[in-house]
Write a protein that binds this ligand. Sequence first.
Ligand code: ATP
Ligand code: MG
Length: 563
Amino acid sequence: MSQARSSKSSDFIRDIVNEDMKTGKHQGRVATRFPPEPNGYPHIGHAKSICLNFGISLQYGGTCNLRMDDTDPAGESMEYVESLIRDVKWLGFDWGDRLYYASDYYEKLYQYAVTLIKRGKAYVCSLSADEIREYRGTFTEPGKESPFRDRSVEESLDLFTRMRAGEFEDGTHVLRARIDMASPNITMRDPVMYRIKKETHYRTGDTWCIYPMYDFAHCLSDSIEGITHSICTLEFENNRPLYDWFLDQLQVDHHPQQIEFARLNLSYTVMSKRKLIELVEKGIARGWDDPQMPTISGMRRRGYTPEAIRDFCERIGVAKNDSLVEMAFLENCVREDLNEESPRVMAVLRPLRVVIDNYPEGRVEEFDCPYHPQKPEMGSRKVPFSRELYIEQEDFMENPPKKYYRLAPGREVRLRYGYFVKCVNVVKDPNTGEVIEIHCTFDPETKSGFAPDGRKVDATIHWVSAAHSLPAEVRLYDRLFRVANPLREGTDFIEFLNPKSVEILMNCRIEPSMKETVPGDKYQFERLGYFCTDPDSSANIIVFNRTVTLRDTWAKIVEKKKA
Ligand code: ATP
Ligand code: MG
C-alpha cells in the first residue's frame, strides 16, 4: 500500500512538533496515534483526525499507531473494528504492524490502578452514581468529599480486588482518583477511574467486569505505546490536567503531550456516532455505507475518492476554535478531483425518444469519442449512432420560453460528437397530451459537428442510441438535511431531514461502453455530473450513484434568493 503524501502546510500542532524536534524533547522522535472507539463506522470527522495524525508522522519520519480505544463493552464490536481498518487503509494510510487495542492493556491498567491505591492516590467509593454527581459540585461551588475518601489503603485494595472478582453488582462501587474536590476544574474532583459493568466485551468476553474510564485508560495507553504527541479534540481540554496527573503520579517512562484541536463540523449533516446509529437503526439510512451518510464508507460508495477527502482535510486546516465547514467546500474538493480523473460518457436520465426520419433504418455509425477533452492519454471509445435515439426530456420544449436554446419544433441543435438535427414533428399521448416522441431530420454534412455553410446552432445536447444503450438506475443524492445545522436545542434532528435527499430514476439509458463497469467505477455523465457505479448493480440493470453535480447548484439557489 502506498502512503498518502504528507501535508506540508503548517499549523499550530506542527509548530509544536517542530519546536520539540529542535529542542530534542522526545529524542527527536514523533509518534502519534489514531484512537477510535470501535462503536460505529468512521466518518469524515474521523478522516480529519486520521489525516492529521498520519500526516504528521509521515512529515517527520515518525510512526502513527492505529489503536482501538475499546474500554467500554457497550456498543463495541468487531464489525466496527473491521470498518476502521478498511477505511483508514482506503484513505491511504499505513500503520505497519502497529494495530493496538486498549483492551490488550487491561491487566497493565489494573496494575497501575493498584499502584495508585497503594500510594494513597485512589480509593474505592461506594456512593451511588447520583450521589457522586451531587457531591461533585458545580462550576461555581466546590464539591464535597465522599465519606469513603478516607478508606484505608487495605480496605480499598480488598474492595477493588473483589470488584474485579465480580463480587459486586453494577453501580455499587467505583474506583476514584484522590485529587481535589475543591478544584476549579470539575474534571479534577476525584474522577472515576473504574466502574463495574457486567457486560460481555467483544474481545475479552467475560474476563473482566470492571472497565477503566477514558481518562485513566487513554493517557496510559499513549504512554505504553511511547506516543509523543497525543492529539485529540477540543472537548478534552479540561481533561488535560488529569491526563498529566495520572502519568505524573505513576512516574511512567513516557509522558506524551496532549494537544487539542477543533473537531470538524460540516453543514447539512450530523457526525456524532450516536446520531448516525439512530439513522441506521431507524432505517432512514440503508446502512452505514448509504451514500447519503457522512461516513467514509458512505462517501466511498457515493464516489468520493481518498484523494479528494485528503485534499479537503488539508485545505480546512487545523485550528483551536470550533467552526462549521460548508458541505459545498467538501463537494468542491470532490468535483475538482473527479474533473481530473473521470472519463466522460453519455447517459440519459429521463429519456425522450427521438426518431431521425431521414436516417436510413438499420444503419449504424460508430463515433470515436475521447474520454477526456484535455487528456488524450485517457483514450477514446466507440459510441454507436442510429436512427432512433434517446435524449433528455428537458432538452426538448414544445413551447420554449426566451433563453431556452435547446431543441424545439423547427429548431436545430448539435448532438454531442455528431450531427446537427432539426425537430420536425412531435408525437403526443392522445390521452395526456404528453410529448412521447419527437421526429427530427439530420444534416449528413455536419458529421464533424460543424456545418460547411457556416451556420451555427445554440446548443449541444447529449444522447444515446435507443437500440444500443443499456438500461440503468440512477440515484440522485442531495443533502441529507434541509438546514445547515440540524442540531438545535430542544428539537429532534430527525425533523430536519431533507425529504428529497434521494431521487431514484429507474428508466435511464447509458451508452454501451459502460457494459463492463464494476462497482466503484467513476464517470462524468456529460452535462449531468459525476456518477459512480453502485454495488447494487446486477446483470439486468446497472445502478449508479450521483456523486456530485457538475457545478455547485446550491450556491446558485442562494444567489437567486439573495438577488
Ligand atoms: P463521535 O462524536 O462521532 O462519537 P468520538 O470522538 O466519540 O466521535 P472516537 O472514536 O472516540 O469518536 O474518535 C476517534 C478520534 O477521532 C478521536 O481522537 C477524536 O477526537 C477524533 N474525532 C472524532 N470526531 C471528530 C471530528 N468531528 N473532527 C475531528 N476529529 C474527530
Ligand atoms: Mg468517543
